[in-house]
Unconditional design. Structure first.
Length: 94
């Protein structure tokens, strides 16, 4: 029935994503950076440790925190994202 086309186009589903281990999160970060053409890891080791502690295995939080941290590094005209950039991202209001 064509009267339900609007409703059918808005139907979505949800999926529970299990928490990931730190090694898997690091692989995700490196893979995402490589996918956008950055061959090297843009985060120093200390920054990665802060990210891993802050997100506690949550993939979506990891993605968002990395993204905002990289923006903070760009605003500082830095090529490597450091702990100060990650902390600046964590201090931003949600």
């Amino acid at each position: 029935m064509t009267c339900n086309e609007d409703i059918k186009s808005r139907i979505s589903y949800s999926r529970k994503v299990l928490l990931l281990h730190d090694d898997d999160l690091i692989k995700f970060i490196v893979t995402e950076l490589a996918a956008v053409g950055l061959g090297a890891n843009m985060f120093d080791e200390a920054a990665l440790q802060v990210i891993l502690r802050a997100v506690q295995g949550n993939l979506r939080l990891c993605h968002n925190l990395c993204y905002v941290s990289l923006i903070a590094a760009c605003l500082d005209h830095q090529r490597i994202c450091t702990v100060s950039h990650v902390n600046a991202a964590l201090l931003q209001p949600h």
